[in-house]
Design a binder for this molecule. Structure first.
Ligand SMILES: NC(=O)c1ccc[n+]([C@@H]2O[C@H](COP(=O)([O-])OP(=O)(O)OC[C@H]3O[C@@H](n4cnc5c(N)ncnc54)[C@H](OP(=O)(O)O)[C@@H]3O)[C@@H](O)[C@H]2O)c1
Length: 301
């Protein structure tokens, strides 16, 4: 069996890739915690901090994987704005560490990036559009993409956005956060002016495995198939999970006063990914229904 390292294996996307790939690849999962979170499947796990260059080099040289999917990152967008040095260390230097070792072993990398590399003036975006990040998270992700290009290591970069799904111990995502609030009967204010394509993590994991299997070392925009604003997305979530819509009020981004600026009119054009990888991404309703069916803890009524 070919060997695959998944970094950030305890995160939402890392868990999904691991679940879908473990029957086809020998997997070594890496994350910061003592134990793997996902116990549904068996795979080798190593606690490792990717900021420690020597450890990354030793691990990749000794394990000698054919592939490495890098999902590890600092994903707290507002935190990245206030802790810029930490953000750079986690989102950029880690990629340099991985690429340095992967070049020696010939390991092919699939790296995760974000729609935050764009300014959100004129989405939906294709792979041809020129990045122009607004905030520090987006700047760090663009820098991480450029490191892989500059290091001339064989790789694919996958830009995605608004990931959702259910995993074990994972950080709340927009869908699970809203479900929790509505379940408790708490009112929420959701922005009407942020547009994007929410992405079911299971679909993205499938797409990433297709990249590896078809050896498509290229740049891909991969997200859910539907562009929707957050407010209408929230109403859809309430509808699918049969929760109280009346708790959802609208607000605009300037009223929210978030630390980091957001690309407002985002979204992706999926033609390249769908044609070249032969994938079909879910729209929001399909994705939410999949999540509801998959995990009984999301069936309330
Ligand atoms: N979530 C989204 O909406 C979204 C949108 C666009 C792009 N992306 C990109 O997609 C990828 C996966 O996102 P996700 O939501 O699945 O992320 P996630 O749930 O936050 O998982 C990332 C994992 O990486 C770990 N990690 C962080 N720093 C590390 C380090 N130095 N060494 C080893 N592990 C480390 C984290 O541990 P801790 O939790 O302990 O820090 C976490 O378990 C990321 O690259 C992200 O930038 C995500």
């Amino acid at each position: 069996m070919e060997k695959l390292i998944i970094t950030g294996v305890n995160g939402l996307l890392g868990q999904k890739i691991c679940e879908q790939a473990h029957s086809k690849y020998e997997i070594l999962g890496i994350d910061l915690h003592d134990e793997p979170f996902n116990r549904k499947i068996k795979f080798d796990y190593r606690k490792l901090d990717l900021t420690i260059r020597k450890s990354v080099k030793e691990l990749i040289l000794s394990y000698h994987p054919q592939y490495l999917v890098n999902t590890a990152a600092m994903t707290d967008v507002d935190g990245c704005e206030t802790q810029k040095e930490l953000c750079w260390k986690l989102n950029v230097e880690t990629v340099d560490n991985i690429a340095y070792a992967a070049r020696k072993t010939g390991t092919k990398i699939v790296h995760l990036s974000s729609d935050y590399v764009f300014d959100g003036q004129s989405g939906p975006y294709s792979e041809e559009d020129i990045p122009q990040p607004l905030g520090y998270y987006g700047k760090s992700k663009l820098a991480s993409e450029n490191i892989l290009i500059a290091m001339e290591v064989e790789h694919a970069t996958v830009r995605t956005m608004v990931l959702y799904g259910s995993g074990t111990n994972v950080r709340p995502n927009f869908v699970t956060w809203l479900i929790e609030k509505l379940k408790k009967g708490e009112p929420v204010k959701i922005v009407t002016d942020q547009f994007g394509n929410p992405t079911l993590a299971d679909d993205l994991a499938h797409a990433i495995i297709q990249i590896i299997e078809q050896k498509k070392w290229d740049l891909f925009h991969i997200s859910g198939s539907e562009t929707i604003d957050r407010y209408n997305c929230a109403l859809k979530i309430a509808e699918v999970f049969k929760l109280n819509k009346n708790l959802i009020a609208s607000i605009t981004t300037p009223e929210l006063n978030q630390n980091a600026p957001r690309p407002l009119k985002s979204g992706f054009i999926l033609d390249k990914a769908e044609t070249e990888l032969g994938i079909k991404m879910s729209n929001i309703e399909e994705g939410l229904k999949h999540m509801r069916k998959q995990d009984k803890k999301f069936i309330f009524f």
